[in-house]
Design a protein around this ligand. Structure first.
Ligand code: HXC
Length: 510
C-alpha cells in the first residue's frame, strides 16, 4: 500500500514539474509565473482542486510518442475566489509551449462544461504557442470545440480571459468571445497574424509588442479591457472583478458588507458643475463620491475616454456605471465610445447588474470620418443596448443632454426606471448658439439680435424643467443628496420584473 501511495506522490510531483526545471527557470527569467503558480495566486489559498493531471496526448507523429508530458500543457480545475466557486484553465508554456493538442482542448472543454452546468465563472489563463503543430487538424478541431463552448457559455456564466504570454492566430478567437480580456504589459501579445506575415503581405514593419501588445489592445483596438504591470497584479485584479459579478445569469451579484452610509450627503457636489457651460469637470469625481467607500472598478479605462464604464457598489450591491466624461472631447458620443458603452450595457443586462447612467453629453461627434466609419450603426448599438435592457436603470443628467444623445443615454423613452436631473441640466435639441443660428437665420448679421435670441432660448430650454413638466425627468434633485436618491431608487427596484415579447433572438446592429 505504501508503495502505491508513494507512486501517486511521485507521479503528482512529476506532473507538477511541467516541462522541467530548466523551462520553469526560463519562464521566471521572462518575468512570468508558471501555470500552477498563477492558479494558486488567483484562487483562495488551498482551494484549488485539479482535474486531469495525468492526461497525455495520443499523437504518434513526428516522434511525439517519445514525449508525453503529464497534463499535456494545461492545468485545469476549480477552486474559489473569496469563497465563491470558479472554474479555471491555465496553459503551461513550459510544456510544448502550451500548444493546444486534441487532449489539451478536451481538458479545457471539460471544465467549461462543468462551469456552465454548475453556474460558475470560467477564467482562462492564456500562454500558448497556438495549435500543436504535430497534431494538425486534430488541434484545429479542439479549438473549434472550445469556441463553441465560449458561445454557449456567453450570457450564462461570466467568462474572463487573462493573456499572459503569446496568443496568436485563430487562438485569439476564444478570448475574443469572452466577457473580459486582461493583458500583462511587455509579456503578452495577441494577433491574428504575426509581424513576419504582416511584413510579407503588406510590407509593414512592426514588432510583436507594437502589433499586439497590451498597450495596443487597451488603447487602440479595444480588444483588451485592462493591462497590468505583471502577473501578480493582473491576477489580483481578476479576483477584484469577480467580486462584482454574479456567478451566473440566474443569480444576483454578491452583496458585500459596506461601511459607507447610503444617505451620505456630499455638499461638494453642489459645485461640481462649473458656472460656464463650456468648462469641463471630472465625471470620475462624481462616480467616486457616489460609490460605497469610493471603490470604482473601471473597464476599458484607456480606450474612448469620452465615456467611462465600470463597476461600483451601492449599499454593498454591484452597479454598472456608464458616464459621459466632459474632460475628453466634451463627453461627445462617437463610434468608439458608443461601441465601448454598448458592450458594457449588454454585459450588465445579461448578468442582472443594475445600470447607473451619468449624462453630460453635447451630442454625436460630427465629421466625415465618423460618417464613413458608420457612426449611424455604432451609435445605434448603444441606443439598442439600453432599449433592450431590462435590469434596473437609474439615469442622472448633470448638465448637457442634447439631441439624439439625450435619447440614447438611458432616457425615460428607453424604459429607464428613474430619471433624475440636477438643476444645472440643459435638456434640448442642441445648444443655444447653434439653435439660434438655425431658427433665426435672417438675423445672422445682427449680433445683438442673435445674442438676444440665444438668451431667450437659454431661458426657455437650458434647464431641466421643460422635460420635468412632461414627466421625462422624474425629479430634479439636489446634487448633494444624489447618493441617497440613487441608493433609494435602486433599493426600490430590487424586485423589478418586465415582460418581453417572445423572439428567437434580437438583431442588434453589429
Ligand atoms: C508545438 C510548440 C508550438 C506549437 C511552441 N512550441 N509552439 N510546439 N506546437 N505551436 C514548443 C517549441 O518547440 C519549444 O519546445 C517550446 O514550445 C518553446 O518554444 P520556443 O520557440 O523555444 O519559445 P519562444 O522563443 O519563446 O517562442 C514562442 C513562440 C514560438 C513565439 C510561440 O514558439 C512560435 O512561433 N511557435 C509557433 C507558433 C505558431 O505558428 N503556432 C501555430 C499558429 S496557428 P522545446 O521542446 O524546445 O521547449 C494557430 C491556429 C489556431 O494557432 C487556429 C484555431 C482555429
Amino acid at each position: 500500500m505504501k508503495d502505491i501511495l508513494q507512486q501517486l506522490d511521485d507521479r503528482r510531483a512529476d506532473a507538477r514539474l511541467g516541462g522541467g526545471q530548466k523551462r520553469i527557470d526560463a519562464q521566471h527569467g521572462r518575468g512570468k509565473l508558471t501555470a500552477r503558480e498563477r492558479v494558486h495566486l488567483l484562487l483562495d489559498e488551498g482551494s484549488f482542486e485539479e482535474f486531469d493531471m495525468f492526461v497525455t496526448h495520443r499523437c504518434t507523429d513526428f516522434g511525439m510518442e517519445e514525449q508525453k508530458p503529464a497534463g499535456d500543457g494545461v492545468v485545469t480545475g476549480w477552486g474559489t475566489i473569496n469563497g465563491r466557486l470558479v472554474y479555471v484553465f491555465s496553459q503551461d508554456f513550459t510544456v510544448l509551449g502550451g500548444s493546444v493538442s486534441a487532449t489539451h482542448a478536451k481538458k479545457i472543454c471539460k471544465i467549461m462544461d462543468m462551469a456552465i452546468q454548475n453556474g460558475a465563472p470560467i477564467i482562462g489563463i492564456n500562454d500558448s504557442g497556438g495549435a500543436r503543430i504535430q497534431e494538425g487538424v486534430d488541434s484545429l478541431a479542439g479549438y473549434g470545440d472550445i469556441f463553441q463552448r465560449n458561445i454557449e457559455a456567453s450570457g450564462v456564466v461570466p467568462q474572463i480571459s487573462v493573456i499572459m504570454g503569446p496568443c496568436a492566430g485563430g487562438a485569439v478567437y476564444s478570448p475574443a468571445m469572452t466577457d473580459f480580456i486582461f493583458m500583462v504589459k511587455d509579456s503578452s501579445y495577441m494577433f491574428v497574424t504575426g509581424p513576419d506575415v504582416v511584413k510579407t503581405v503588406t510590407n509593414e514593419q512592426v514588432t510583436a509588442e507594437e502589433l499586439g501588445g497590451a498597450s495596443t489592445h487597451t488603447k487602440k483596438s479595444s480588444v483588451a479591457d485592462a493591462a497590468f504591470e505583471n502577473d501578480v497584479e493582473a491576477l489580483a485584479e481578476v479576483r477584484r472583478l469577480v467580486d462584482f459579478l454574479p456567478s451566473n445569469n440566474r443569480e444576483k451579484p454578491p452583496v458585500r458588507p459596506f461601511f459607507d452610509d447610503p444617505d451620505r450627503i456630499e455638499p461638494s457636489l453642489d459645485t461640481l458643475v462649473p458656472e460656464n457651460a463650456n468648462t469641463p469637470y471630472d465625471m470620475k469625481e462624481l462616480i467616486l463620491k457616489l460609490a460605497d467607500e469610493g471603490d470604482f472598478y473601471e473597464i476599458q479605462e484607456e480606450f474612448a475616454k469620452n465615456i467611462i464604464t465600470g463597476f461600483i457598489r451601492i449599499e454593498g450591491r454591484s452597479v454598472g456605471v456608464v458616464a459621459n466624461q466632459p474632460m475628453v472631447l466634451a463627453g461627445v458620443l462617437d463610434i468608439e465610445s458608443a461601441r465601448k458603452a454598448a458592450r458594457f450595457v449588454r454585459f450588465c443586462d445579461a448578468f442582472e447588474i443594475p445600470i447607473l447612467s451619468l449624462v453630460d453629453v453635447p451630442g454625436f461627434l460630427p465629421g466625415v470620418s465618423q460618417e464613413y466609419g458608420g457612426v449611424i450603426k455604432h451609435g445605434a448599438k448603444l441606443l439598442y443596448a439600453y432599449g433592450e435592457a431590462t435590469v434596473p436603470m437609474v439615469t442622472l443628467i448633470t448638465r448637457k443632454a442634447y439631441g439624439g444623445a439625450y435619447v440614447v443615454m438611458a432616457s425615460k423613452h428607453l424604459k429607464s426606471d428613474f430619471n433624475y436631473a440636477w438643476p444645472t441640466s440643459e435638456i434640448a435639441v442642441m445648444g443655444a448658439k447653434g439653435a439660434t443660428e438655425i431658427i433665426h437665420r435672417a438675423d445672422l448679421n445682427d449680433p445683438e439680435k442673435i445674442a438676444e435670441h440665444a438668451a431667450n432660448y437659454e431661458d426657455r430650454f437650458a434647464n431641466p424643467f421643460v422635460a420635468a413638466e412632461r414627466g421625462f425627468i422624474d425629479e430634479v434633485i439636489q446634487p448633494r443628496s444624489t447618493r441617497k436618491r440613487i441608493a433609494r431608487a435602486f433599493a426600490s427596484l430590487r424586485n423589478k420584473k418586465t415582460n418581453v415579447p417572445w423572439k428567437k433572438h434580437d438583431n442588434i446592429p453589429l
